[in-house]
Write a protein that binds this ligand. Structure first.
Ligand code: FAD
Ligand code: NAG
Ligand code: NAG
Ligand code: NAG
Length: 490
């Protein structure tokens, strides 16, 4: 591997003597840009990128640099801090399933954890398209819901060996269990799961916009066995005692120091191969300063969308494989309005769900899922979801419109003079959950995805490759890191 490193250095010609892995070289247009050398360049500092950076540095003695688009780490973790009280309100990631080394990972950064306590607020079902309150809606009885979750769990457990961690052992197209290729609607009917549909949707199903229309395999990657066990009380989820999920990532950022380049994205790729390693030029969006990164390997962690992969000089195989994914989009935030009811969660539920048509309880996307009060506060969590064409501007409008409908329907009283909904935080996640059609799965899509691992000096982790829950992703990421480190050793 040393020899690869030398080769990579040789590529850019005039590199001065390097004392501490840094130097100045000439970029295109003769501008002088700093060059840094690392074993692994990590794109994305969300759940999987931050975790990878820490483990590679601290547990494998591998040098890293994280290239993160945002000004902070943590990705979908979004914590609003009340400017007057300092209290935190998490509107992205809510809690963490206690899996594998998850608790120890928090402890490594001194983030003390406690069991999560679920909100017991009254749920008010309102059709956000017309502001009509559902006065004749009967949610599933608790015992029926539990029985349905248990039935789901029993089936999902049989698929565990091929669904987790990641895609490594996913079968060839002809051996994919037919249940996994059923639209989730049909799977629900087959296993009599209707009593769990509102729970499926409220927990993670909203995140894949067309929950009932998607294939069961995709649903199971957002609502996995561990999550069911948490709901059934046989596993636990944890939260920081501080009630600020962002704490972990802020401490990781401090610990990474100069190994984290925030507000930074890749602008071009000068080299990316297993033989010569990876040379990227990145740019800080605030200062405009460019840096050249020469690394032995690349670890790519965000969703592999067109926008995220275009500076990476994809070849045909990469482009045609990664291009098979479609995505849903999500936008979360914290809002307030003096008329929104405290100690309640207003949940968007189509009127057609009355009196007990639970599969109809899922709105037509795009939609705002809820106005959910945070205990003892004037703040409410909103989540707007849609397909991959759903933009941030549309999401804000969907949220504002949904509030206007609550006023129109008389569910809330507008103040006089009327006040607009106040946004305290609005986090445009944009594209989130990846999925692909049945035709693609019946092609050799998954095998081709696996075939990209390690190809051209590039490894992949993140939500498109595993179950999209943070700690499940950490477990999957461990399996990628083992392979990546073996690859580094040559
Ligand atoms: C509303 C919502 C609630 C959730 N709640 C929970 C929960 O309670 N518990 C749980 O375990 N999981 C939860 N999840 C899922 C969890 O957040 C994801 O599974 C996890 O964040 C995915 O990790 P990741 O590393 O793949 O992506 P992310 O965490 O999204 O990280 C990707 C990172 O890459 C950065 N990035 C993107 N593009 C580029 C680029 N071109 N260049 C550089 N950087 C880039 C992003 O800014 C981001 O920081 C939730 C997700 C959503 C959307
Ligand atoms: C870590 O790696 C560095 C550089 O390769 C090496 O000098 C050092 O001895 C390694 N430390 C351990 C504990 O392996
Ligand atoms: C389907 O589920 C409901 C509620 O969980 C239950 O009452 C009913 O008996 C189940 N039907 C069958 C055929 O198992
Ligand atoms: C909300 O609940 C808290 C206790 O959790 C209580 O003190 C408060 O009065 C309640 N507010 C309303 C408007 O019901």
């Amino acid at each position: 591997m040393r020899s690869l490193f030398v080769l990579a250095v040789a590529l850019i010609g005039a590199v001065p003597t390097l004392a501490d892995g840094q130097g100045k070289g000439k970029g295109e247009n003769n501008e002088r840009i700093r060059t840094i050398y690392r074993d692994v360049a990590i794109i994305g500092g969300g759940a999987s990128g931050s975790y990878s950076a820490v483990r590679l540095r601290e547990d494998y003695n591998v040098s890293v640099v994280v290239i993160e688009k945002n000004s902070n780490l943590g990705g979908h973790v979004n914590t609003f801090i009340d400017p007057t009280t300092g209290r935190g309100f998490d509107c992205g990631v809510q809690n963490w399933i206690e899996l594998g080394g998850a608790r120890a990972f928090f402890e490594r950064f001194g983030v003390e954890m406690q069991p999560n306590v679920r909100s017991t607020f009254e749920t008010v079902s309102v059709d956000f398209t017309n502001g009509q309150r559902l006065t004749d809606y009967n949610p599933p009885a608790a015992a029926d819901r539990t029985a349905a979750l248990q039935r789901y769990l029993a089936v999902a457990e049989t698929f565990l060996p091929i669904l987790e961690p990641g895609w490594w052992t996913f079968p060839q197209p002809r051996d994919i269990p037919p249940d996994l290729l059923l639209p989730f609607r049909d799977f629900v009917a087959k296993y009599n799961l209707t009593a769990a549909v509102p729970t499926f949707h409220a927990t993670t199903g909203f995140g894949i916009h067309d929950m009932l229309g998607h294939l069961t395999v995709w649903f199971m990657r957002s609502f996995n066995v561990n999550l069911v066990r948490v709901l059934l009380g046989t596993e636990t989820s944890i939260v920081p005692v501080s009630r600020k999920n962002q704490d972990l990532y802020d401490r990781i950022l401090t610990s990474l120091g100069p190994d984290a380049l925030t507000s930074t994205t890749v602008v071009s790729t000068e080299e990316r191969s297993s033989r010569k390693g990876v040379t990227l030029v990145v740019r800080n969006s605030i200062t405009g300063v460019k840096t050249r990164i020469i690394a032995k390997r690349l670890l790519f962690t965000p969703i592999p969308s067109e926008a995220n992969t275009s500076p990476l000089d994809l070849d045909r195989e990469e482009r045609s494989t990664l291009g098979q994914f479609d995505y849903s989009a999500s936008y979360v935030g914290v809002v307030s309005h003096p008329s929104l009811p405290l100690n309640k969660s207003l949940v968007n539920t189509p009127i057609s769900a009355q009196p007990a048509n639970w599969p109809a309880a899922i709105p037509q996307y795009p939609y705002n899922t809820r106005f959910e009060n945070y205990a003892n506060s004037p703040y409410f969590r909103i989540i707007a979801v849609g397909d991959q064409t759903f933009t941030a501007a549309q999401a804000r409008k969907v949220i504002e419109d949904s509030f206007d409908k609550l006023v129109e329907g008389g569910v809330v009283d507008q103040t006089s003079p009327p006040e607009t909904l106040k946004f305290h935080l609005f986090e445009p996640h944009g594209l989130v959950s990846a999925y692909a059609t049945r035709e693609k799965l019946e092609g050799v899509f998954i095998q081709r995805l696996n075939g990209l691992q390690g190809r051209r000096g590039t490894w992949y982790t993140g939500a498109s490759w595993g179950v999209h829950l943070s700690t499940s992703l950490w477990v999957f990421t461990d399996t990628v890191l083992e392979r990546l480190v073996d690859d580094l050793k040559g």
